[in-house]
Design a protein around this ligand. Structure first.
Ligand code: NG1
Length: 462
């Protein structure tokens, strides 16, 4: 999938510098590969991907770079340029056990495991995979809703495939990488990996799931995207993971109850419903759900099992999984109605947003983004005071629309404005948010551009 055009000049320079370091370690004759994978920002379609429903993100022009070379040790040695993240080594085996929770190199393990699983399912034996050495240089801000984790997993997966002389199309690689975050315990959908692999310069990506399909939508030339980090850490390895996985469970329960009410079999996610109805009407589905289920269900799943007419333990196993990645729920009730109202409403908004963006109707696009945020606040309950304050600041500064982006519970907002208003939006955010907080605005907020997707190539010997 080599496409040198995907690399910015400074990325090529970074890769060359890292390759020199690696060459000193692995020898002058070793083949060295470099992969780049960008982060992403989601314009609209939040918390819909794990329901198999569409999203509209774009790959951003900031990427993680991995350089790698193979060796015969049977182990992968990974070093991060950022000394905050200590070097790690692990064995390449059929089941790679994760490091402790919160460990950065788990994303590299997730990548290796994903590649091994994919090719093992197609007949490869684990002994065919070599180990090697990797150096990682990440430039996607961490815990800011810009998917630094997907940038790391995707670049590591491409590098690991390259040292093993394996290749996949970007679409297949996106499918492989989609489940990678499950390895670290988050039941994420496939948006981030797909955006990172299938990004296109100056284009947003309309991504649909099951099966994965991507249509690029040209960004209107008079539009600008501003992203601002609340500086509130959305810590995916702690509390936020619990909140995220709880939403996954709530959405799946809503889907199952709706499926039963509509007489559809084998429904697991809301996307199974949307695909099967003759004409998708979010309001109508919500009404059906409301007449067939209490708005909230007890966490012990006894209510849910009754409503669904199935055994509670079977339901619990199916919904929560088993083993180390079993989802643990605290005692708060499960809010099926409100969560489904958000996801189904958001699906309608995404469909309208694709048309609005493609036709350059920026006011309408902005309105849809505002409606998305309102729904994330009221029904999905994943915003924070800080995110709301940032959204308000952006709107006061002439943004046409602004909303939290990513999972929420901290992280960033995205705002859409006319290109000539971007500096105004940023100035307003600086005054109303960072100055009041007494925090430096640079580099927490910036204008981002839609950039190309991931790439991997062999670097010629220096
Ligand atoms: P962030 O918070 O940007 O990592 C997460 C999920 C996405 C998607 C969004 C909500 C991970 C790694 N990614 O994004 O798949 O579900 O939340 O739309 O958890």
């Amino acid at each position: 999938m080599t496409n040198r055009n995907a690399w910015q000049a400074d990325e090529l320079a970074r890769a060359a510098r890292l390759a020199r370091e690696l060459r000193a370690q692995v020898g002058a004759d070793a083949r060295i590969f470099a992969a780049r994978a960008p982060g992403r920002v989601n314009l609209i379609g939040e918390h819909t991907d794990y329901s198999g429903l569409p999203v509209l993100p774009l790959a951003i022009d900031r990427a993680t770079i991995v350089v790698a070379a193979s060796n015969t040790s049977g182990e992968l040695f990974v070093r991060n340029v950022d000394p905050t993240w200590p070097a790690r080594t692990f064995r390449i085996e059929r089941q790679i056990l994760p490091f402790a929770t919160g460990e950065w190199a788990n994303y590299v393990k997730a990548a290796a495991q994903g590649v091994i699983d994919h090719f093992a399912a197609r007949g490869a034996s684990v002994s065919q995979f070599c180990g090697g050495a990797m150096i990682v240089d990440g430039r996607v801000p961490i815990s800011a809703g810009l998917s630094s984790s997907a940038a790391l997993t995707v670049s590591a997966a491409l590098a690991f495939m390259a040292i093993n002389s394996l290749e996949l199309t970007p679409l297949n690689a996106a499918q492989l990488a989609a489940r990678s975050e499950w390895y670290v315990g988050t039941r994420a959908g496939g948006m981030d990996q797909a955006a990172s692999l299938l990004g296109r310069r100056d284009h947003a990506l309309f991504i649909e799931f099951d099966p994965l399909r991507v249509r690029s939508v040209k960004m209107p030339s008079d539009a600008a995207i501003v992203v601002a980090d609340s500086l509130e850490i959305a810590d995916k390895s702690g509390r936020v993971r619990g909140e995220y996985n709880r939403r996954v469970v709530e959405c799946s329960l809503a889907a199952r109850i709706l499926g039963r009410a509509l007489g559809f079999e084998h429904v697991r996610i809301l996307g199974d419903i949307v695909k099967r109805v003759d004409r998708f009407d979010a309001l109508q589905l919500i009404e059906i759900l409301a007449t067939n289920s209490p708005a909230e269900l007890a966490t012990d799943l006894n209510d849910a099992a009754r409503v669904l007419g199935i055994d509670r333990d079977v339901l619990a196993h199916d919904l929560l999984g088993a083993g180390p990645h079993r989802i643990l729920l605290d005692a708060r009730p499960l809010k099926v109605l409100a969560r489904a109202r958000h996801v189904l409403g958001e699906t309608e908004r995404v469909r309208r947003a694709v048309d609005a963006l493609a036709a350059g109707r920026l006011d309408e696009m902005g309105m849809l983004m505002n409606a998305s945020h309102a729904s994330l606040v009221a029904d999905f309950e994943c915003s924070t005071d800080a995110l709301d304050a940032l959204v308000q600041a952006a709107r006061r500064g002439a943004a046409l629309g602004a909303r939290l982006t990513g999972a929420g519970f901290g992280g960033s907002i995205v705002a859409l404005c006319r290109a000539q208003d971007a500096t105004h939006v940023i100035a307003q955010i600086d005054r109303d948010y960072y100055a009041k907080l007494g925090r430096q605005a640079e580099p927490a907020r910036s204008i981002l551009h839609a950039g190309p997707g991931a790439d991997v190539m062999e670097l010629a010997a220096a």
